[in-house]
Write a protein that binds this ligand. Structure first.
Ligand SMILES: [Zn+2]
Length: 184
């Protein structure tokens, strides 16, 4: 795969960068959309969910989705940007991310998130404290945005042993999720 990559400076927000080719100088955003086969889109994470999106019209996207980005609406924003570029049905895959058993969360913070993302994001961590169900939060936002979830790794970055985890081990490595169009 010899395409140049486009990355963004991820800030846990909801801004979408729409590109027509590779953007070498990263700008602040947490999602990228293109219709161009001239660049691969990449997002990086260790515990946050990474979402890859595609449509039959050849509109593709990626999103970096931790709880801040989900609350800010990054999933809805990337889907809207894809539809503006002509996407009809949108399908998504979701990376490994931190799961509730490894994600203790403050009671007040979790209650606030439930107000924004729905009661289904509340769970219990392994230590018995409140925990955030990040995969459920991603699934909920995808459903709200009218996006079909067609693939989910379903493993926890913090305890599965196969992934980088910042919260679990202060790992400095990051996973890459990449999406690109095959030129025909
Ligand atoms: Zn875990």
């Amino acid at each position: 795969m010899a395409l140049p990559w486009t990355f963004v400076r991820q800030v846990h927000g909801a801004r979408v960068l729409v590109v027509d080719g590779a953007v070498v100088e990263p700008v602040e955003a947490d999602a990228i959309v293109t219709t161009s086969p001239a660049t691969a889109l990449g997002v990086l994470g260790a515990d946050c969910a990474l979402v890859g999106l595609a449509s039959p019209e050849g509109v593709i996207g990626v999103a970096h989705a931790g709880w801040r980005g989900l609350a800010a609406g990054v999933v809805e924003e990337v889907a809207a940007a894809m539809r503006q570029r002509g996407a009809s049905a949108i399908e998504a895959v979701v990376s490994a991310c931190i799961h509730a058993e490894c994600y203790p969360f403050g009671t007040a913070e979790l209650a606030a998130l439930c107000g924004r993302l729905g009661a289904g994001v509340a769970a219990t961590a392994a230590d018995g404290s409140p925990g955030l169900d990040l995969p459920a939060a991603v699934r909920g936002r995808l459903a709200t945005a009218g996006v079909d979830l067609v693939g989910e790794v379903g493993e926890c970055t913090a305890c599965s042993g196969a992934y980088f985890s910042y919260r679990g081990r202060r790992d400095t490595g990051r996973h890459l999720l990449g999406v690109w169009l095959e030129s025909r």
